[in-house]
Design a protein around this ligand. Structure first.
Ligand SMILES: [Zn+2]
Length: 344
């Protein structure tokens, strides 16, 4: 066993000639993969691994202790993790600036999942913090961040719409914005509640038909025209219950805009204002069927009525609508955790 050598099972990039410890792990298809890395690097990042290596190698004959094994002339440790997770984790230790962290990359949650799992298990706090910071940067924590992201999305969308193929640098719009379902999966599994409100809100804007994999099987049909998708298969029953609950409550918020904002009377008692308010609300209902699912968006537009309409109510009404809309928008943003039942 000591002399066994399987070069074709060495990891293509994480097998360093000068490494002084070999870690092996089973891949998902059942074969083994070998990583030759550095004791000092592992110990520097992980107190758990440092403790493990601090144990004296047991040499008692007949002992099955993993520490007495060697591979390729150095200490060999069989890891209980999958080779895929280990590759992701070691990849970050050796290439902290890796591509997984590109801003707004919809694959980030999928790519960091293995690293996050092992960074949590092996108590690599700095790495975990770093991943969490990167995920948080992709999902607004404040209304101001949400607004900034909204403007950025509108700009991106118009850039893509100008392309016949719908692609820029080989990417569709959907390849350039964070994907909510994988973010929700990672956030729920690894206790990262800060990104859930924005991710659920984004998810609530999507149709369940808009599936990440299905749309990619025939990209000319939807992705080319700027469709947004989610990896629906990653969601579990609790996530879907939260989504359904949230969508129902959000629909109520949208209806309330009609009554609480556009249904109010003119403070100056000008008669035509009531009609103008009704017309504005009608416009939102008729011309923005998609944004009817997006009360934050409608409320945002309520502060800019003069950019949308020519037949406006009086100045006092316009001001009143803008003020009430902004107040409602802040309240709505603050209630997102409750709307999606995230506190439980
Ligand atoms: Zn008025």
């Amino acid at each position: 066993m000591d002399n066994a050598y399987y070069p074709d099972q060495h990891h293509p990039t994480l097998y360093f000639d000068d490494g002084n410890v070999v870690l092996s792990a089973r891949t998902q298809d059942g074969s083994f993969q070998y990583f030759r890395v550095h004791h000092s690097v592992l110990c520097r990042h992980s107190p758990v691994l440092a403790d493990m290596f601090a144990l004296p190698p047991l040499r008692a004959s007949g002992s099955r202790d993993m520490l007495e094994e060697t591979y390729d002339g150095v200490l060999h440790v069989q890891m209980p993790d999958t080779a895929e997770d280990l590759a992701s984790f070691l990849g970050v230790l050796y290439d902290p600036l890796g591509t997984a962290y590109k801003r707004f990359n919809p694959n980030t949650p999928v790519l960091v999942e293995g690293t996050l799992k092992l960074a949590t298990k092996y108590e690599c706090d700095a790495i975990r913090t770093r991943i969490v910071e990167n995920l948080e940067a992709d999902w607004p924590q404040t209304l101001a961040q949400w607004d900034a992201r909204r403007s950025e999305c509108i700009l991106l969308r118009s850039e893509h719409a100008q392309q016949f193929t719908g692609k820029i640098n080989g990417l569709y719009l959907d390849d350039r914005l964070p994907e909510p379902a994988s973010a929700i999966r990672v956030a729920t599994d690894y206790n990262l509640p800060s990104i859930l409100p924005a991710a659920f809100y984004q998810l609530a804007l999507l149709s369940t038909d808009a599936d990440w994999d299905e749309y990619r099987a025939n990209p000319g049909k939807h992705l080319r025209f700027g469709a947004r998708t989610a990896r629906w298969r990653l969601l579990d029953k609790r996530d879907l219950m939260r989504l359904v609950h949230g969508q129902k409550v959000l629909a109520g918020h949208t209806r309330a805009i009609g009554t609480d904002i556009f249904g109010k009377r003119c403070q100056r008692g000008i008669k035509v204002c009531a009609k103008a308010r009704t017309e504005c609300w009608k416009y939102f209902q008729e011309n923005a069927p998609i944004s009817m699912d997006d009360p934050l968006d409608i409320l945002y537009d309520c502060s800019r009525l003069e950019t949308l309409f020519t037949d406006l109510p009086c100045g006092a009404c316009v001001q009143d609508i803008a003020t009430s809309a902004e107040k409602k928008r802040r309240e709505l943003w603050r209630s997102l955790p409750a709307i999606f039942n995230l506190q439980a």
